[in-house]
Design a protein around this ligand. Structure first.
Ligand code: FAD
Length: 357
């Protein structure tokens, strides 16, 4: 016996993956999208958009204000231990992450069949009798709802993914903050710092008249608040900038993918999109592109086969899997101590030509 449904689809998480799903679901479906944060939410993300994310967003009419100044940035790597520098031969677009999320949420609101609730926390879920039952806590009250399909787009901390997948990727902790400097900002690069004391990589990125400073610490790293403050001091010194004021650093989780088996598109009536599915570029920790794309594919699969969308969704993700597989290999090479040592011995000063606009 199938239970009555309150919604055809409930989406958990109103980040890029959740919004993209909501935007693309056919208006014949009754949809609820919830997020535990106050919406539009703010994420202390560096906002580096790969060209493919930019092209995808252009299709939806990306407004200018979503891009920060400078509009595009060349990545420069600085090894703080050896002083070596590397300028990468490609560019990122520089998104204002708050504006990007706000705009995506507005597009989701334009779908007349999508109801959106902020400060609504998914607290439990159960698949039974042809529906998914979910418990949602809002303003201290828990409500039980049923839906035909549940989309887990709840990011790295993903309760939905934890409920349905036996293997989950580990998460790293990131600290990030916005800094106002005494000097005018004329940086045109996204600067990634590596070095002996940096376990993964840390970064500085110009955002109009401020800079954003951030650092990722893999699981098991200790003492990172102090290490982050030290890094900030060294990085600002290196860039000849001095701090005028800053927002206190905030902590965020990010997916650290180590194996393809940690990626999971869902189970039964529960589909996962974005970081909740484990989709991230593990070599540089970028997840916006895959969140957008997987949200789009997830909605496409539900639209095409509303009785059983998971097989079509899984197979539509294959091109993303192939890219992640290559990025995982790259990550393993980057992490290989032997190769890093060899590179340091053999290549005295690596400098790849800068690209032009
Ligand atoms: C410091 C930092 C810097 C980054 N820089 C970049 C970058 O430069 N470029 C890039 O491509 N990527 C970057 N990323 C990664 C990128 O931010 C994510 O990969 C991307 O936001 C993933 O989108 P998503 O929709 O899957 O999840 P998220 O954007 O994480 O959204 C998940 C949403 O689910 C909500 N949620 C979670 N649990 C529940 C629950 N139980 N109930 C209700 N709601 C819930 C959360 O509040 C959140 O709003 C960065 C990440 C961090 C932390």
């Amino acid at each position: 016996m199938n239970l009555a449904k309150d919604y055809d689809v409930i989406i958990v998480g109103a980040g890029p993956a959740g919004c993209m799903t909501a935007i693309n679901l056919h208006c014949k479906f009754k949809v609820l999208m919830i997020d535990r944060a106050v919406l539009p939410r703010d994420k202390g993300c560096a906002g580096m958009l790969k060209p493919e994310a930019f092209t995808l967003l252009k299709k939806y009419g990306l407004p200018e204000e979503v891009l920060s100044h400078p509009r595009s940035l060349t990545p420069r790597g600085i090894d703080l231990s050896s002083g070596r520098e590397l300028v990468a031969p490609f560019r990122y677009y520089n998104a204002d992450r708050r504006e990007l999320d706000r705009w995506l949420l507005e597009l989701a609101r334009d779908n007349p069949k999508v109801e959106i609730l902020g400060k609504a926390h998914l607290v439990n879920l159960r698949e039974a009798d042809g529906v998914v039952e979910v418990g949602i806590r809002r303003n201290g009250t828990e409500t039980k709802l049923t839906c035909g399909f549940l989309v887990g787009a709840d990011g790295a901390s993903g309760a939905v993914g934890r409920a349905v997948c036996s293997i989950r990727p580990k998460t790293a902790t990131c600290l990030s903050e916005t800094v106002e400097t005494a000097e005018e900002i004329d940086l045109t690069e996204f600067i990634g710092f590596i070095g002996r004391d940096i376990p993964y990589y840390h970064w500085v990125v110009p955002k109009a008249d401020r800079i954003q400073v951030g650092a990722a610490f893999p699981p098991g790293e200790t003492g990172y608040p102090q290490r982050y403050m030290l890094f900030k001091e060294v990085a600002l010194g290196k860039l000849r900038l001095s701090e005028l004021s800053s927002t206190p650093p905030k902590g965020w989780l990010i997916t650290m993918l180590h194996s393809m088996s940690e990626i999971c598109p869902g189970r039964g009536r529960i589909l996962l999109a974005g970081e909740a599915a484990g989709l991230i570029d593990p070599s540089i920790l970028e997840g916006i592109t895959y969140a957008l794309k997987s949200g789009e594919l997830c909605a496409g699969a539900i639209n095409a086969d509303p009785s059983n969308p998971l097989p079509a969704y899984s197979s539509s993700l294959k091109p993303i899997y192939r890219k992640v597989f290559k990025q995982l290999l790259l990550f393993k090479v980057y992490r290989s101590k032997l190769l890093r040592l060899a590179a340091q011995r053999v290549i005295p000063q690596v400098k790849i030509a800068r690209t032009r606009d």
